[in-house]
Write a protein that binds this ligand. Structure first.
Ligand code: ZN
Length: 374
């Protein structure tokens, strides 16, 4: 069946201190024994305690760019603990891993069979334990997103996508991001901004998502510098959390080449590249590449929302923003070699986000974009 043109809403609880609502929410969802899925750093920083849960089962073994192994180890803890629901606590990696743990709790392995590009969509049913997502970064939007991006044993980084993957509730508590280090604040913030830009420029018809994208873009560009300069500013953190949430609410319109390139390069597992940092590198190049394919009024709207001088200034505007935030301008600054990039162009073209790039993506175009960004 074709997907609906517009599809909302998820329950979102948004306020400073909202994390304390989690126990009550779980009760309402009928969850008696939750599994908290998170990473080592967050567990060590006492984040699990902020949820106010009485002795929950915890899996804190999620790696950055989570893998199939992470999901299976999380599932083991889920089963051992006799769990009946999942709390996703963290940035994109723990949240995506948590969504997949809930999926495999009732769906037979292997996980890769549910990846979108493997024809997984119709195999995913709503018969899954509930997930409550609690973001600790302002970037991914996964708390309201339909996707979970995983690195599989095959070496591919693919998305598992379905309406059924959307968490039952998102609990957005900006206080949880007050201690996020500057570098991660910048990288995750640009990820949120890139979601708004890409989904707005996607040619798919969804004016509701477009309105949300422009609002998210304006907030992100207005507040990201402040959030980096003064991490303890609850106002800046709240605004960035709205920008990230809004970016996530627009995923249904489809992303574009920034994410196609970014997902493909995720195959270089040993480089441990951050998704948001990669997007910051690719965004100006993709905007230049897409410029002629985007209707002028739409580019003007992006420039207005971002605070750029005009459509022609957009690539430079995002280059300057990255520089101000201390993000690296080129792939070579991340240690990536040209040889490593060579085999990635076909993977980028195949990525599920390539279909909604304003200009059709060819393997050659992806190769050119990789070289330009190098
Ligand atoms: Zn992203």
């Amino acid at each position: 069946m074709i997907p609906p043109t517009v599809s909302y809403l998820t329950d979102v609880f948004f306020e400073p201190g909202a994390a304390k609502l989690v126990p009550e929410l779980l009760r309402k969802l009928g969850v008696a024994r939750p599994l908290v899925v998170t990473d080592e750093g967050l567990a060590g920083a006492g984040m699990v305690g902020r949820l106010g849960l009485r002795e929950p089962a915890v899996f804190a073994g999620v790696h950055p760019n989570p893998t199939e192994d992470d999901v299976e180890r999380g599932l083991e803890v889920y089963r051992q603990g006799g769990c009946d629901g999942v709390v996703a606590l963290g940035g994109g990696s723990p949240m995506d891993c948590a969504k997949c743990v809930a999926l495999l709790a009732t769906h037979p392995p292997p996980l890769e069979a549910y990846a979108f590009l493997r024809g997984g969509l119709p195999k995913i049913t709503g018969a899954k334990p509930p997930v409550v997502a609690v973001p600790t970064t302002a970037g991914t939007g996964s708390e309201v997103g339909r996707g979970a991006v995983m690195t599989f044993r095959s070496g591919r980084k693919l998305a598992v996508i379905s309406q059924e993957m959307i968490p039952e509730a998102a609990v957005c508590d900006p206080e949880l991001t007050l201690d996020l280090p500057r570098g991660l604040t910048a990288a995750t913030g640009v990820d949120a901004i890139s979601h708004c830009v890409e989904t707005y420029l996607s040619p798919r018809f969804n004016p509701v998502a477009e309105a949300i994208a422009l609002d998210g873009l304006a907030r992100g560009c207005r507040w990201l510098r402040d959030a980096c300069r003064n991490g303890r500013s609850l106002e800046a953190r709240s605004e960035m959390m709205v920008a990230a949430l809004e970016g996530g609410l627009t995923f249904q319109k489809g992303l574009g080449a920034v994410h196609s390139l970014s997902h493909a390069i995720g195959a270089l597992v040993h480089r441990k590249l951050h998704h948001g940092t990669l997007n910051a590198v690719f965004l100006p190049h993709v905007l230049r590449f897409n410029a002629l394919a985007c209707p002028r009024p739409k580019l003007e709207a992006v420039a207005r929302a971002a605070g750029a001088a005009g459509p022609g200034d957009l690539p430079g505007f995002f280059e300057r923003l990255s520089a101000e935030l201390g993000l690296p301008p080129r792939l070579r600054d991340l240690g990536v070699t040209l040889e490593e990039l060579e085999p990635l162009a076909p993977l980028a073209k195949e990525d599920h986000t390539a279909a909604t790039n304003p200009l059709p993506l060819s393997v050659d175009a992806c190769r050119e974009l990789f070289r330009a960004a190098w």
